[in-house]
Write a protein that binds this ligand. Structure first.
Ligand code: IMP
Length: 199
């Protein structure tokens, strides 16, 4: 059976994730310290959930959270950039200091859409934070005020990021070595990560 070393490898360890998140949490806390109301962290479902949970715990000020979910665009490459909101925010963001919390910025289409959509609602300020930034894959330029880790053009999973709905609860970021092999057998890494580890 495959081991994680054959099909995927650790790209960012738990300890490095914690260090990177603490670093941007401090920057964000300083930048948002003058907010008149608690800043609103907007988690983009579902990939940002673990990151958001750790980020807000590392921040040194009171924060509020809400979630938004948007439809996936075609990952075929020639993406149209057409995305739509499938679960909207529950709170009114007018006058609020808002930070969009993304798991990863890849082509930039999703964040670009979200920034434009939320900006129209009149927030006091609008920023974006991402755990991972695949700068080399960008199709549209988009502002990302805080980025914990810049990574190469490689498919990653774990710590909230999925492949076909799997692997979100892997506690570290793994780089997939052979995406075609995983596509052919989506459970490949599940077996090696969880079953063989005796979890
Ligand atoms: P963008 O619109 O191309 O920037 O894509 C952002 C979304 O694509 C993320 O929120 C993820 O859901 C997904 N995505 C992009 N790259 C990866 C990856 O390497 N692993 C898992 N999901 C990814």
């Amino acid at each position: 059976m495959s081991s994680p070393d054959q099909a995927g490898e650790c790209l960012i360890s738990r300890a490095d994730l914690a260090r990177g998140i603490d670093r941007i949490a401090l920057q964000m806390s300083n930048d948002l310290a003058s907010s008149t109301r608690p800043p609103l962290l907007v988690g983009v479902l579902k990939g940002s959930t673990l990151f958001l949970a750790d980020l807000m715990r590392s921040m040194h000020l009171e924060v509020d959270i809400d979630f938004i979910s948007i439809s996936a665009y075609s990952p075929s490459g020639s993406s149209s950039g057409v995305v739509r909101i499938v679960k909207d925010l529950e709170v009114d963001i007018a006058g609020r200091d808002v930070v969009i919390v993304e798991d990863i910025v890849d082509t930039g289409l999703t964040l670009n859409y979200l920034r434009r959509s939320l900006a129209e609602r009149g927030p006091r300020s609008l920023r974006a934070v991402t755990l991972l930034d695949k700068v080399a894959r960008r199709i549209v330029p988009v502002d990302v005020e805080y980025s914990a880790f810049e990574i190469a053009d490689v498919f990653v999973l774990g710590y909230g990021l999925d492949f076909q709905g799997l692997y979100r609860n892997v506690p570290e970021i793994l780089a997939v070595k052979d995406i075609a092999k995983l596509a052919n057998d989506p459970m490949l890494l599940v077996r090696s990560l969880f079953v063989e580890a005796g979890a």
